[in-house]
Structures are given as C-alpha cells and as structure tokens.
Design a protein around this ligand. Structure first.
Ligand code: URP
Ligand code: ZN
Ligand code: ZN
Length: 459
C-alpha cells in the first residue's frame, strides 16, 4: 500500500525542511508539497514532529555463543525492540569461535535471522583464525553480499586473532575492497592482569576495569592502525571507550591511515562506578572495553561533535541477571555485554541533542547516514531521497518517558539504563514503506526484515 507522511520536518545530515514524503513499492518516489496520492494511501500526519531516515545500528550481537552461554535475544525480540527505538537496520556480528569453520558459521548466523526479523539486517563477518581455507571461504562470503569483516584483538583463544592473522585478514580485505572492524584491546595484557588481580583476591566486578585499563585499549588501537598503515586496508574501530584510545586513533587519521571510529551508547552515559555497585548490580554493567572513568565521557562527546568519532552504535549484547551471576566470585567469568538496541537513538537524542551540544544533523549522521556510507548501504539506507528505501522515523521531540526493564521489548530481565529519563521518542516507524510502529506501539509484520546484500566499496 502506498504511504504518505505529511507535514513533518525532514532532517538529514545536510538539510532540514518541511515537506511531504510519498512512497510506493518500498521506496520513496516523491518529496514535495500538495502531492496527489491514490485513495488507498496510508497517511501519517507528522505535524510538529521530525522525520528522520531510519536509524542504523552498526554493531549488535543477537545470536551469540559466548563465555559458556548464549546472548538472550532472538531476531524477533531484537528487531521489535530496535524498531520501537527507531532503528530500522542493524548489522549483526557473525562470531564463530576459533574452532569453527567460517562458511558454516556464516550460514548458521544467516539462517537464524532469515524470516525472523521485523527490520532489515546484514552482518559483519568475524575472522577468528586464518588458515589455508580462509581466503576462499571469505571470498565466497563477500560474493554473497558481505562487505565488512570483524577481528578481535582481545578474547585470546576464543575469538582473538594474533598479529600474523590480523596482517593476513587486512591484506585480503584490501584485495577484496572490504572494510575491517576491530575490537582493540591487547589480549596478552588483559589475560596477565586478570590472573594478577585474581591471585590478589580481587574477584568482584569492580576489578573488570582495572584488568583492562585505558592503556591496554590505546595499545590495541595504535597497533591496529599501524597494521592498516602497512597493508593499505580500511579499518573501523568498534566501541572505542576512552580518551587515550581516541588520541591514538586521531594520530593515525592525521597521518593518513584509513581509519574510522565507533563509540557505543553505554560509554557516553555510564561510567565505571556502575560496575563498582555491589554484587549483581555491578555485574550487569560489565562489558569490554569496560565502562571507564567519567572524565572520558567529555572526550567522547567532543569527538562525536567534531566527527572524529564517526558513528554511535550499541554493542547490544544482552544477558539475564542469572547469566551475569555466572561470574560470582570471579569477575573474568561474568558474560560481557550491556544491551541498548532499543535505547540508543532516544538516549543520543536526549543527552546529545536536547540536553547536550550535539548538532541535530550530526546526530542523524552518527546514528544513521555515516554507518550507511561506511558499510555499503548508502543511498539505499541512511537518507531521505527519491529512490531510497522508505525507512522513516516520525519522531516526537517532546515525548517524555523513563527507561525500565518493565517496559522494554528485549528478551532480558534488566535494563542497563534503568531510570534514565528520555525527552523524545519515535511515534511511527516504517520499513520499506510499511508502518511497523504506530503511536509508539509495534503494529507491523514480524517477518518484514530483509537480508541486505552489500558491495565492497573500500578499494
Ligand atoms: O562486552 C562486550 N562488548 N560484549 C560483546 C562482545 C564484544 O566484545 O563486542
Ligand atoms: Zn568487542
Ligand atoms: Zn560487540
């Protein structure tokens, strides 16, 4: 059915105007005033509201075997939560362990999502070892429409690659035109510091941050940049959390390394005192890189405003309280992760645009457009233009609410942002022209989501 969104204020990274948007057959076909539309058109009145391009979360975990358990969401619960928060596309990390075959893992991850998502999706393919089959397998995965890899410099013996494997992955990525995303922490130092702290009887979640200090992340960031510099590949640092790591990334950018930076919503708004809370309350706030000293938050907000940080993702990775308790008496066993897929856009709008200094256009860029450009989705996604998919968010900038596990839509029993106040939220969300959220309620098709094939663009 055709769709008309009228009377709204359309906002993209470089423009802002009042106009109506008409969509037919999943794409936007007209933008203007007094558009004539067929009688069967669905009409949404956006008077007094913003209309944003559908938001893109470049970093989520949904199906994830990790730390002796599984992350809690299904594609159905995650995608509905995403849409309720204005995210219409997510990029999931396909994360086989070092013992798994890459191609088999890719097929498994894809099968988990197929027919089960209410929003569109694609994957970053993790390279967790590099052997004689890897080049052929990755080439086949790229031909299937995956144009980004992921490597972990952390999680030794599980997801982590050594420097030789990083070199091989980046060399292949350069040849294929693929961008490589990277978790940058020094695995050896993390392991040594964890053992040292445990041996001293330091077992609680408050010791997670000291076991992975800022310098350990800065070293990983700088080493990744040096490998990019010497292979000519393009890189993207995921979940950069602190000022020393940002400084390392900026230095690399300044000398011409093709490097992009993502930070995630927990690091902007939560600090290490959350993980220092007693017992399971602290465990709920264990993720890697860890929540940091509060002074880092200003560096992240400033870096985001200046565009030194390209995107804001979530690293959505939900575990229930009972799973978090697996690390009682040993902080190294706490499943790492904080969910945020539903909350990201509203938190960024509230604490960045409304109560902070983040420009409205930079907000749209960081949460939608720049991710689309970096990961081969633009201009199909990430903008409002004739020919683009009609993924649209009608946003009420004045609707107040409070975040809570009692009202969220994810499949987990706590909310890392419990009690945070919000100043805005989506009232309507469309995926390729179909209304999926209306008046703040999911009303759509739970299987609407498509797998998005992408072409390599980073030659
Ligand atoms: O703590 C985190 N970040 N959990 C998910 C895995 C990862 O490192 O991205
Ligand atoms: Zn990570
Ligand atoms: Zn992650």
């Amino acid at each position: 059915m055709p769709l008309l969104i009228k009377n709204g204020e359309i906002v993209t990274p470089d423009s802002r105007c009042h106009a109506d948007i008409y969509a037919e057959d999943e794409t936007i076909t007209a933008i203007g005033h007094n558009l004539s539309v067929p009688p069967d058109t669905t009409i949404l009145d956006a008077a007094g509201k913003f209309v944003f391009p559908g938001f893109i979360d470049p970093h989520v975990h949904i199906y994830l075997p990790f730390m002796s358990t599984f992350a809690k969401d299904t594609h159905q619960t995650a995608s509905i939560a995403a849409l309720m928060g204005g995210t219409t596309t997510y990029i999931e990390m396909c994360c086989p362990s070092r013992n798994d075959d890459a191609l088999e893992a890719y097929r498994l991850w894809k099968s988990k999502a197929e027919g089960n998502s209410a929003c569109d999706y694609t994957f970053h393919m993790s390279v967790t070892r590099f052997n004689d089959n890897t080049e052929a397998e990755l080439t086949e995965i790229v031909a299937d429409g995956i144009s980004s890899f992921k490597i972990f410099l952390a999680y030794k013996n599980f997801f982590g690659v050594d420097d030789g494997e990083m070199y091989q992955t980046l060399t292949l990525a350069r040849k294929l035109g693929v961008i490589v995303t990277a978790h940058c922490e020094n695995a050896e130092l993390v392991g040594r510091l964890q053992q040292h702290l445990l041996a001293q009887g330091h077992t609680g979640p408050e010791w997670h941050e000291p076991s992975r200090p800022e310098s350990v992340e800065a070293e990983g960031t700088s080493r990744f940049a040096t490998f990019l510099e010497n292979t000519g590949a393009t890189g993207y640092i995921v979940h950069l959390s602190c000022e020393p790591a940002l400084r390392a990334a900026v230095l690399a950018k300044q000398r011409g390394v093709k490097l992009h930076v993502e930070s995630v919503i927990p690091h902007f708004l939560l600090d290490k005192t959350y993980a220092e809370r007693p017992g399971v309350e602290g465990m709920k706030h264990v993720m890697s890189p860890p929540l940091r000293d509060k002074r880092n938050q200003k560096a992240l907000w400033d870096g985001l405003a200046q565009g030194l940080i390209d995107t804001v993702g979530t690293d959505h990775c939900p575990f229930d309280t009972a799973q978090k308790r697996m690390g009682e008496g040993n902080f190294t066993q706490i499943p790492n992760g904080i969910p945020g897929l539903e909350e990201r856009v509203n938190l960024l709008y509230t604490y960045g645009v409304k109560r902070g200094t983040l420009d409205l256009h930079r907000f749209v860029d960081a949460a939608s457009t720049r991710g689309a450009k970096l990961f081969g989705l633009f201009p199909r996604k990430g903008t409002i233009a004739v020919g683009s998919d009609a993924d649209l968010v009608v946003y009420d900038p004045d609707q107040k609410s409070i975040l809570s596990a009692r009202t969220h839509h994810g499949n987990f029993d706590y909310n890392g942002f419990e009690g945070f106040e919000l100043d805005g939220r989506p009232v309507a969300v469309t995926v390729r022209g179909k209304v999926q959220v209306q008046d703040g309620v999911f009303v759509g098709d739970k299987t609407r989501g498509n797998f998005l094939r992408r072409q390599p663009t980073h030659f």
